[in-house]
Write a protein that binds this ligand. Structure first.
Ligand code: NI
Length: 175
């Protein structure tokens, strides 16, 4: 396994639509998948999309974090992912992105979704998610459609340097 370089905002690979992966190509992606998981962990991220490592393919990895649980989840690999909202409810909360270092901002996302795709073994996956789990999936699938979280911010006043928000928790409403 090896660490991959992460593309930063401004590189064109982040602004192009990712390609669908053919089933027969999945077996050739196992090394890439392992490298993406290692790169995500090394960068202390909770999700990574293939375009962020210069591969315009419909492939994401993420941690399905449940904030009510102390357990650190196993990474999920999703090939050709899609999601559908399960209700119209939206939740606005903080996001960051490994391709936009040091910043974070508040973004509205669907509160409950169902996501589908193929696992690394090519088997179909269909999962309901809410909370941070649903948020990270929507963020990563956005990367496959050339969309960054900044594009979805309705109030740019919440855009902040993470280092500053740590010093002013009471001002940001963070907990
Ligand atoms: Ni991102």
């Amino acid at each position: 396994m090896s660490l991959l370089k992460i593309a930063r905002m401004g590189h064109p690979v982040l602004r192009q639509d990712a390609r669908t992966i053919e089933p027969e190509d999945i077996e050739h992606l196992q090394g890439t998948i392992d490298d993406m998981i290692e790169t995500m962990h090394d960068a202390s991220g909770i999700g990574l999309a293939a375009p962020q490592v210069y591969l315009p393919l419909r492939l994401i990895v993420f941690l399905p974090i449940d904030l009510r649980s102390e357990r650190v989840p196993e990474p999920v690999v999703l090939i050709n992912p899609e999601f559908e909202p399960l209700s119209d409810d939206m939740v606005t909360d903080w996001e960051g992105c490994l391709s936009i270092p040091d910043l974070r901002g508040k973004v509205a996302r669907y509160a409950q979704i169902r996501y589908t795709g193929l696992g690394p073994d090519g088997e179909p996956i269909s999962t309901e998610a809410s909370g941070l789990h649903a948020r990270v999936v929507q963020h990563e699938i956005d990367h496959l459609h050339a969309t960054l979280y900044l594009d979805r911010m309705s109030d740019m006043k919440s855009l902040m340097f993470i280092s500053e928000t740590r010093h002013h928790k009471e001002d940001t409403g963070d907990d």
